[in-house]
Design a protein. Structure first.
Lengths: 146, 794, 274
């Protein structure tokens, strides 16, 4: 499943970066994540709950940040397991200052699905990716606004 | 013998129970004390099992036992081997890592669906719930799914024991150098790279197995949805579990379709049998549909480069082929034979091609096993030849019908003319290939079609016609021949005819019916041979306890081999009956004629009915001296040769130029399956085969992503052909008897599936060629709208 | 195919159904069951309670009230496809209904179930958008009526709250001389729409065009509508289809191809209603 998207956020690049590096905020903006616990340097235990169409599943697993170059780029590695299948994603996130008050955030990655999700979900996967992307950006906007 | 039933469309006697929902399938059985197994399967195609924690599941209410691969290994069980051995070109034995019943801790799973643990519980719901409590830690590795990629340097390895993922390489035909030379000297060479995609058999009844161990007698019974009970018993006892064969009964009750996928001995059969011994209770496992997608053996999956040479007149001069065949992660029962002896030996086709060479590489990949699927190797050979024929005709500007006629082997009946010796080992028994093509072309109305096509070429709806002529090898198989080719079993068949004292007849056959209608067709033969009513005959099959032995049903073998075994026993019955009749009629055996159910003294009206003979045989008060009582004979029939059905299939399609959507408008099939016992059943077999063959061309095909995930593993994405996808079929047949079996039959189960696929793809390409897209050489199957659209817009 | 265990409750009134939904910790409404039940069998979802609303009398019945076609939420696709009232007033809805899934799906699946589920490839959302339908929803706090435009909010999502029940679909009967059609390019396995194009053109020229299968959720294509409404040819109006929306893709139909099909099917639909 390809995950790509970009969006311009109404916040300076330093603020966007700071928010992304804040565990509590990251937990709020990554779609589905209900809990994020730090287990090490840039390493977290993540619990998420995805309710999308006919599917409702609890996932858990690790979330790590790597290749961090502040304030412009890092890679988000997510490994989430559930009884209905597992998802392993590696997503490179880039920030570019549009101007002093606006930042373009873009990401590009791939999620490997396994198990029943991979076997039965293909028809709607591109919709899932789109929806998660939209949620991510709208969550982010809400956080910036709050 | 007068034929009251043979050749007639007798309604199927088994249909009463099937149509009224009274068939008895494995999953319908509930044995006292039965438990239910849920098998936990790997979600990854290639991963190491680091640890398995069964403690939570084991303590759940209603759970009887949880076993892992470590438990199996402690019993000294290695796994399931193949049933056929093929050697490398250099003579080395093929690589044959066994398929473990469960993959143990520290070992690697090798395809999505590989079994890791089994939960056994009081109900299937409890078992499924408890399975969610088993914690398995995997370390995931890269996978490889394409056979041509798998053999490249550096590809992820499936088995350490098989370098470069090569199970074996193999060749057949004339010396490679001769074929190279003939290709080099050809006036024209048609070259095609293509894929014969992976097919999922999808029988309507998923696999199911019940293991029953009875400690009081130390006996085992395995009920299983199989095409092949005796072979399952042999393989499981002798090669997997190491239990004595006489202590094991295998029953294949009513079986809802197999299409090849239920020939094989699967790990689950051995697993439930082993589990039953451990817990001393019956253990049932029934595959879920989504489980079937990733555990049933699949079919086809060849990546091929083929070249066909021609002289100036259009005569084929040579055929050179390089193919990579995907065998999946483990060698299934017949897997090594399918791309080799069931494929390479059919590359002569119906043509007089003087030089042929196939270079085959069989590869392991991180996918479930690939084995025989309706036609098994022969559809792949036919697809290759017939695609080349239509493409060559297009390239050379010769009519495809004319090109075939020019290259056909001349008619031969195997009696007055000898059989035809091919360049690829087989000797065809009889054939008249010109006739089936002539009839098919007449049914099509070829000239009118080409006119309509020319008109349609100006519109948005292009028309195309595709031809396919095929010959196949059925009636599998002469034991000595297949033994020399690596089979680990003989392929004869057994038929026992037990005449009851009242003259009613019970027949026991080693063939197995799972949709073919044996209970009707075989009864027609018996009733006519004995001159008794059809109702007086009952056919029994599928139980190793009642049937002496057998090799099951596949390869369109049941009537040609199994039917012939029954005929042999009938001959013995009639011969013995004659001795009793001679005694009763006070005549000489040589003066008797048996016809219409009675023995008559030649030239007189003195006769005795078959029923009287049967009664006398069991109440031998006034009886020939020295003759044993009873009327019960069993025979083993080992065929002298394969049988060689042939035919002509023609497809007419319409292609929507804007969307690429293909609509199948007409399908003509003229098949020659030898003598026909029940034309209705033969037509039904052809219809079903056509649907599957057309399904491959237009709709079906497994898709694995690069991580080894089957991404169309449900009927939402994997498209089975449905009635409204198909036109009314236009069928005809010729009957060229098989010269070497007593019924003159050749077999009809696979013909429809073998001939139809290339006809449809050829028709799609013909439509494109007519519409100005002459450059298109190939479209991947299934020819989905997008693929056709892209071909037109490339 | 073994679901987690759940309680099955058959409601005899909408009020009872809402009460059950309010009391269950995770309850789902069972309409026809042709999306929910497969998900349950695959364990992709595990509600503790299913509330079957298909036997509630007030949710059934197709008829005409004051120039409005009224369809009960629990009416099956087959009942709608074969209803004389539907065929005589808005025949494209009958045509669309008869193109859903297969016989079994049409016999059991309901219009309310389908739109509540809001599958991006389902036919009803596009049909109801083009028909300018309204959806009547009963909830714990009473009843409200919303336009189809407002009802569908995203990928498998609608404005429905967890305790809401769709009771009726109300469709204004268009003026005499209105033409309508539904053109569907079907996925042969699922029989869902790869592209479904519903078009309605009134004698005034006003045109509504909606798509199923193309994007994350069914949508009205305003660019096509305004071009066609202001007299553009079918070809010209259709060329504007499916621009500026995110297009779905899968192994059967890529993004490019789906977009191409949307334009082809928009043209075919517009030709039909012109």
């Amino acid at each position: 499943m390809q995950l790509t998207g970009s969006h311009t956020l109404a916040a300076p690049i330093e603020k966007v970066w700071q928010m992304l590096m804040d565990t509590d905020i990251l937990a709020k903006i990554v779609p589905g994540v209900s809990r994020l616990e730090k287990t090490g340097e840039n390493q977290f235990e993540a619990i998420s709950e995805i309710k999308l169409g006919p599917v409702s599943g609890k996932f858990s697993g690790g979330l790590t940040l790597s290749d961090i170059i502040a304030p412009s780029t890092f890679t988000l590695n997510v490994s989430q397991n559930s009884k209905i299948g597992n998802a392993d994603a590696s997503i490179k996130i880039n920030l570019v200052a549009v101007d002093a008050q606006q930042t373009e955030i873009s990401f590009d990655g791939d999620a490997k699905l396994s198990g029943l999700l991979a076997r039965t979900g293909q028809r709607v996967l591109s919709g899932v990716a789109n929806t998660l992307t939209k949620q991510f950006f709208s969550n982010f906007e809400e956080e910036i606004a709050s | 013998m007068s034929n009251k039933y043979i050749g007639k469309a007798v309604k199927r006697v088994e249909d009463k129970r099937f149509i009224t929902g009274k068939g008895k399938y494995t999953d319908d059985m509930i044995l006292p004390g039965q438990t239910y197994a849920y098998i936990i399967r790997s979600p990854y195609a290639h991963a190491k099992v680091n640890s398995i924690d069964i403690s939570h599941a084991l303590s759940a209410e209603g759970v009887v036992a949880v076993f892992t691969g470590d438990d199996i290994a402690q019993s000294g069980i290695n796994g399931v081997p193949a049933g056929w051995q093929v050697n490398f070109k250099n003579g080395d034995i093929m690589k044959e890592p066994p398929h473990p019943l469960l993959v143990g801790t520290g070992s690697t799973v090798k395809h999505v669906g590989d079994a890791v643990a089994v939960v056994i519980a009081e109900s299937k719901e409890i078992a499924a719930d408890a399975a969610e409590m088993v914690e398995i830690d995997y370390e995931v590795f890269d996978a490889v799914v394409n056979p041509a990629d798998a053999v490249k340097e550096g590809a992820p390895l499936v088995h350490e024991a098989a370098p470069n993922n090569i199970a074996f390489d193999w060749e057949i035909g004339n010396p490679k150098a001769e074929v190279d030379e003939a290709i080099a000297n050809s006036h024209h060479v048609t070259s095609l790279e293509f894929v014969n995609q992976r097919m999922i058999p999808n029988p309507i009844e998923p696999r199911s197995a019940i293991g029953l161990y009875e400690p009081s007698t130390d006996r085992y019974t395995l009920y299983t949805s199989t095409q092949n009970p005796h072979l399952i018993r042999l393989l499981m006892c002798a090669f997997v579990l190491g239990i004595p064969e006489h202590k094991v009964r295998v029953v294949g009750p009513d079986v809802g379709g197999g299409f090849g996928s239920k020939i094989f001995h699967y790990t689950e059969e051995a697993l439930v049998t082993w589990c039953s011994k451990q817990i001393e209770r019956p253990v049932k496992w029934t595959s879920e549909r989504s489980e079937a997608f990733i555990t049933d053996a699949h079919g086809r999956d060849h990546v091929t480069h083929a070249e066909m040479g021609f002289d100036k007149e259009g005569n084929v001069t040579a055929l050179r082929i390089k193919t990579f065949a995907n065998l999946g992660a483990y060698l299934s029962t017949f897997a090594p034979a399918v791309p080799t002896y069931l494929h390479g030996t059919l590359l002569q086709g119906l043509y007089t091609t003087p030089k042929i060479h196939l270079d085959m590489t069989c590869a392991f990949t991180h996918t479930n096993a690939v084995d025989a699927y309706r036609g098994a190797g022969r559809p792949e050979a036919t697809y290759l030849l017939e695609r080349l024929m239509d493409l060559a005709a297009h390239e050379m500007g010769i009519d495809p019908v004319e090109l075939r006629m020019k290259n056909f082997i001349p008619p031969f009946d195997g009696v007055n003319q000898p059989g035809y010796q091919t360049q690829v080992a087989l000797q065809y028994d009889s054939g008249n290939y010109q006739e089936v093509l002539k009839r098919g072309v007449a049914m099509l109305g070829y000239e009118e079609f080409r006119k309509a096509q020319a008109e349609a070429a100006q519109s948005n709806k292009l028309l195309g016609v595709g031809f396919s002529t095929y010959v196949e090898a059925c009636g599998i198989a002469p034991s000595a021949v297949v033994g020399a080719l690596g089979a680990r079993a003989g392929l004869y068949e057994v038929g026992q005819v037990r005449v009851q004292p009242t003259g009613k007849v019970s027949v026991y056959t080693g063939a197995h019916s799972h949709g073919q209608g044996h209970e009707t067709t075989f009864a027609q033969v018996v009733a006519d041979k004995l001159g008794i009513p059809l109702e007086d005959v009952e056919i029994h099959h599928g139980d190793t306890e009642t049937v002496a032995f057998g090799m099951g049903t596949y390869g369109s073998r049941s009537l040609a081999v199994g039917g012939s075994a029954i005929v042999k026993s009938l001959e013995k019955i009639i011969e013995k009956g004659a001795k009793i009749a001679a005694h009763k009629l006070e005549a000489n055996v040589d003066d008797l004629t048996f016809a219409d159910g009675k023995y008559t003294v030649n030239g007189t009206d003195k006769s005795v009915a078959f029923g009287d003979i049967a009664l006398t045989a069991y109440i031998p008060h006034n009886y020939p001296a020295g003759l044993e009582p009873g009327l019960d004979f069993s025979s083993f029939y080992d065929p002298a040769n394969f049988t060689y059905p042939f035919g002509c299939h023609i497809a007419v399609v319409e292609v929507d130029k804007e969307t690429g959507k293909v609509s199948l408008k007409r399908f003509i099939a003229v098949d020659d399956v030898g003598n026909v016992i029940n034309p209705m059943i033969v037509d039904g077999q052809i219809h079903g085969g056509l649907a599957q063959g057309i399904g491959q061309a237009l709709l079906e095909g497994a898709i694995f992503d690069e991580n080894g995930q089957l991404i169309n593993g449900s009927y939402m994405d994997y498209c089975m052909p449905r009635a409204d996808d198909l036109p009314m079929f236009e069928l005809d047949r010729t009957e060229t008897p098989c010269p070497h079996n007593p019924l003159g039959v050749k077999g009809a189960g696979e013909a429809g599936c073998i001939g139809s696929t290339p006809a449809v793809v050829n028709a799609v390409l013909d439509a494109l060629w007519s519409g100005g897209f002459g450059h298109v050489k190939d479209i991947l199957m299934p020819t989905t709208p997008e693929r056709v659209w892209r071909a037109m817009n490339s | 195919m073994i679901p987690h265990s759940f309680d099955y409750k058959r409601a005899s009134s909408v009020e009872e159904a809402i009460e059950i939904l309010q009391n269950g910790s995770y309850a789902k409404v069972l309409g026809g069951g042709h999306s929910l039940v497969p998900a349950l069998k695959l364990r992709l979802n595990a509600p503790d309670t299913l509330v079957d609303v298909t036997r509630i009398e007030s949710l059934k019945g197709i008829g005409i009230e004051d120039g409005t076609l009224v369809i009960g939420a629990a009416n099956t696709h087959h009942e709608i496809a074969t209803s004389a009232d539907v065929q005589n007033t808005l025949s494209f809805l009958a045509k669309g209904a008869s193109a859903i899934g297969d016989v079994q799906v049409r016999n059991k699946g309901t219009i309310g179930g389908s739109i509540a589920h809001a599958d991006p490839s389902a036919d009803w959302p596009a049909l109801l958008l083009a028909a300018d339908a309204s959806i009547v929803i009963q909830g714990a706090d009473g009843t409200k009526t919303v336009s189809a435009q407002d009802f569908f909010t995203g990928f498998f999502s609608t404005i429905l709250e967890e305790t809401d029940i769709i009771t009726q679909i109300r469709i204004p009967i268009p003026p005499e001389g209105t033409k309508s059609t539904y053109q569907k390019f079907v996925q042969p396995a699922s029989r869902f729409a790869i592209v479904g194009c519903a078009a309605v053109k009134e004698p005034s020229g006003a045109t509504r065009v909606a798509f199923a299968g193309v994007s994350d959720y069914a949508f009205r294509d305003e660019a096509v509508e305004s071009a066609s409404s202001s007299g553009a040819s079918a070809e010209e109006a259709a060329s504007k289809a499916a621009e500026g929306v995110s297009i779905m893709s899968d192994h059967y139909a890529s993004e490019d191809y789906r977009k191409h099909l949307a334009k082809v099917y928009a043209r075919r639909a517009l030709v039909e209603v012109s």
